[in-house]
Design a protein around this ligand. Sequence first.
Ligand SMILES: [Mn+2]
Length: 155
Amino acid sequence: MTLGDYRTKRDFAVTPEPQELEGERTSEHDEARFVVQEHHARHLHYDFRLEMDGALRSWAVPKGPPEEPGVRRLAVAVEDHPISYIDFEGTIPPGQYGAGTVQIWDRGTYDLEERKPGELRFVLHGVCLHGPYALIRLRPDGKHWLLIKRQPSSS
Ligand SMILES: [Mn+2]
C-alpha cells in the first residue's frame, strides 16, 4: 500500500483535502470503517472506501453502490487515500484533481469475511448500506471491479 499516488496528484497549498498521510488509528482492535463519498466532479460518482492496512482502499462507483441484493455495479479502483480522508467533506477547487464537491453519503463499520487477490467479501454496517457485499476484480491486475450486494444467504 502506498499513498504516494495520493500525494503526487494533489497540491496541498490549494486543495482542502487531508495532507497528513499517517493513519489515525492506534489500535488494531478497533472496528474497521468504511465511507461512501458523493463526489460531484466532472462526472458524478460515489467513492467507496474501506479502511484497510493503514489506508483507505478506494473505488469510484459511477452509479453508486447497490442497495438491493443481487445488484452489481462497476467500481473502478483508484489510489489509496489516507485514513483521515474518511471524514472529508468540502469543495476541491477548479483545476485541482477531482475538482468539485465531496459529501459523505454513508459511513459505518464492516466485518471482513474473506480477502484474496482480486476478491473481498465483507458485511457492511452503515445507515444506507448494510448486509453482505463483495468486490470482485474483473481481470488480473485490472482497475475494473464489480461491487456486488450479495444475497443474505449466499456466500
Ligand atoms: Mn472521486
